[in-house]
Design a protein around this ligand. Structure first.
Ligand code: SF4
Length: 390
């Protein structure tokens, strides 16, 4: 068993996170929540693969009704809800789950006129009433804009956004503590493992008592997604940082169990001292980021698209170019901003971006051709800049 930092114990369903307990491996359903058959089947699959907690996204009253049905069909799985669109839905989802995750960045945007503290108080009071745990889930790409502005320029080059992410997590931890609510864990995620390591180290040094949920978000497809995750987990877990993990991979729905297998493999290797040296040039060439998909995915063709993009872009693998592929309009627009080329999916078309610039919407069948033209042009510009010594 890995040596853990002395975090407090947080009970969620039949698992306990932190407090020296074994690290909990968890995962998330990629199906549409309202497709009760598919979601129940995937929740069961993840539970049987060893997931201590199974997360499901809920954005609407219809999702809540579907969740209740899934919870009834798979009572053996401890469910966690990802709250995004309305924090007030916690009242309806809490009776069916063991834990709820909220994102401080998204919370900031709901009911803007209301103090953040009041919104957190509503969440915490509901959690107490229903005897469930919480996760404060901060993502580097969706930190609240006030925090982002306050800490702009505070990070070393390459670690932009980390201080804002950590301060947001510290702020919400303090609010919960002041409210007398301590049954929570924190996560600080990014698609860049270096930011995940820096953010979690900083948070753990300030709040060694708070259990941490580790993850590299949008890590992409195998094997790169597992390597990015391993880079972060090897460093953090070997320092005793981290109490629960999620490996976030873009996978065909029927293979979602591989997230659990990959997480267990990484934990076993670290516990046995088998640290995999990261390939020397890993991360220097083409970087493909893709989300693991979830209930919000606009079209299941997203997964095939991600694999097709990777295959098409192989000719560019020596170039330091980032392509991001996201499954929905909730996180897609923001989380593709930092990529050289970004794609985010709508139900019948795919939005293409060059950095923050929108290039238009293209049918699923033709977006790859347009992406290749953009990739060719980007490579040509980079080569011209190199030739001119810039
Ligand atoms: S980008 Fe959208 S579909 Fe993909 S995991 Fe995030 S919320 Fe889900």
């Amino acid at each position: 068993m890995l040596k853990r930092s002395a975090t407090r114990a947080v009970a969620a369903g039949n698992v306990t996170i932190g407090g020296g307990n074994p690290i909990v491996v968890q995962s998330m359903c990629a199906t549409k929540t309202q497709d009760v058959e598919a979601t129940a089947a995937q929740a069961r699959m993840l539970h049987e693969a060893g997931a201590g907690l199974v997360r499901i996204a809920v954005d609407s009253a219809r999702d809540v009704a579907a969740l209740a049905e899934v919870a009834a069909r798979v009572p053996e799985a401890a469910l966690v809800i990802d709250l995004q669109e309305s924090y007030r839905l916690i009242n309806e989802v809490a009776p069916h789950v063991a834990k709820v995750r909220y994102n401080p960045g998204h919370l900031y945007h709901h009911e803007r006129e209301k103090p953040v503290r009041d919104k957190v108080a509503f969440i915490a009071e509901t959690a107490v009433r229903h005897n469930i745990a919480l996760r404060v889930g901060v993502n580097c790409g969706s930190v609240d804009p006030e925090m982002d502005a306050k800490f702009a320029g505070a990070d070393e080059p390459g670690l932009e956004g980390v201080r804002a992410m950590v301060e947001s997590a510290l702020q919400h931890s303090q609010i919960l503590d002041d409210l007398g609510f301590t049954r929570y864990v924190v996560s600080l995620k990014d698609s860049d493992p270096r930011k995940v390591v820096a953010g979690n180290r900083l948070f753990a040094s300030a709040r060694p008592d708070v259990p941490l949920h580790l993850g590299v978000t949008e890590a992409g497809m195998l094997p790169d997604g597992a390597i990015k995750t391993r880079i972060a987990f090897e460093q953090l877990l070997s320092e005793g940082i981290g109490d629960t993990i999620r490996v976030s991979l873009t996978l065909p729905f029927a293979e979602k169990w591989r997230e659990i297998e990959t997480g267990r493999q990484i934990l076993d290797d670290i516990a046995a001292g088998r640290f995999r040296s990261v390939p020397k040039h890993f991360g220097e060439g083409l970087n493909i980021i893709s989300c693991p998909s979830c209930s919000r995915v606009e079209n299941e063709a997203f997964v095939d698209l991600a694999f097709s993009v990777r295959e098409m872009a192989q000719y560019a693998k020596a170039h330091a170019i980032t392509i991001a592929i996201m499954g929905c309009r909730v996180n897609g627009p923001g989380e593709t901003d930092d990529a050289d080329l970004g794609l985010w999916c709508a139900p019948t078309f795919v939005n293409l971006k060059r950095g923050e610039e929108e290039l238009g919407a293209f049918p699923y069948e033709t977006v790859l051709d347009r992406l290749k033209l953009e990739l060719d042009a980007l490579i040509a510009r980079k080569q011209a800049a190199t030739a001119m010594g810039r």
